[in-house]
Design a protein around this ligand. Sequence first.
Ligand SMILES: [Mg+2]
Length: 432
Amino acid sequence: MDTHDIRFPTSRELDGSDAMNPDPDYSAAYVVLRTDSSDGLEGHGFTFTIGRGNDVQVAAIAALRPHLLGRNVAELCADPASLSRDLVGDSQLRWLGPEKGVMHMAIGAVVNAAWDLAAKRAGQPLWRLLAHADPVWLVSQVDFRYLADALTPEEALGLLREGRRGLAEREAALLERGYPGYTTSPGWLGYSDEKLTRLAKQAVADGFTQIKLKVGADLDDDLRRMRTARAAVGERVRIAVDANQRWNVGEAIEWTRALAGLNPYWIEEPTSPDDILGHAAVREGVAPVKVATGEHVQNRVVFKQLLQAGALDVLQIDAARVGGVNENLAILLLAAKFGVPVCPHAGGVGLCELVQHLSMFDYLALSGTTEDRVIEYVDHLHEHFTAPVVIRDGHYTAPLTPGFSATMHPASIAEYRYPDGTFWAADLAGRQ
Ligand SMILES: [Mg+2]
């Protein structure tokens, strides 16, 4: 098991800037699982962080090493939940959560690497492996502890069996058209109005039917940027807005109402991701504007409560925030039970590459529809991956390369590994 601290100097162009993250250096705490099998296959996984957060995140991943070394690869790949349970159940590390924050994200990176390895060994892209898996086995991959008051294993099995009907037709449609996406590329807070207009028009020309703007730093600026974006895309294209947790509950309601005349589709992360009742109050206060959250929701238990409290209209899973594929299966099942559409968070480093697999599984074998469902898309850093996402006419093309699309080019790791990669070594020497 190898770990790499990979950082990209994105803060220099203000890519990724929002109301809470003015100087993001997009980073990946990256893990590679190697085996002694003659097939030479590796499991790659990572979690997304920002700059110095990666110091802590990489150390947390390394702390899981004893659970990986010497493990039987065939058994691991046949039952990734066995690894997930061992990692979540490590009592000395569990104290740091439980099941939240840095340690849980580390578990997610390692669990996702195991799924990448399992899919590569099966010769399948992960979405297809999941979509065709036996529903009974899928249920065995979910930890129902703390969920049983909202979702039982029997209900989950029923949803998966029902969801399977029409799989072949949907798979054909997915391969033909892909899965709808929306783009955040025009909307970063640090961009000029001219750049916003240019990128918003480009998004429509590229086939996207939804864009997203960062908001929450200054209301007058937000009104002007929203008008600018609306003028660029017209009335038929959806514009979502994202406050990145900037507001108190009351502020969130007032600010969103102030923008409501320009018809925002959803308000994303209006307040703290831990504030379940706060989100419920915002939702009541800003309807018919929808409330979306999830990229910082720490585990399936908080998602359960958000759903039980009627606190969100749009559920935004993140492939690398919770405990990996196993926990995201639980969250997708919860969303299906409550009838809430899942529109994943992506962007960052490699999050688009990962989460497309989960949405495609959701469509093929659970929700059965892409209506009102879109995967976030941000157009940067894809070139560092060996199987980058392919966007065609505003849709994610279904990846056919075996695995979880998590593998980075060795040359990118050699250049951007911190602090000894070639980029950072030169950069740090130049600043001395
Ligand atoms: Mg967001």
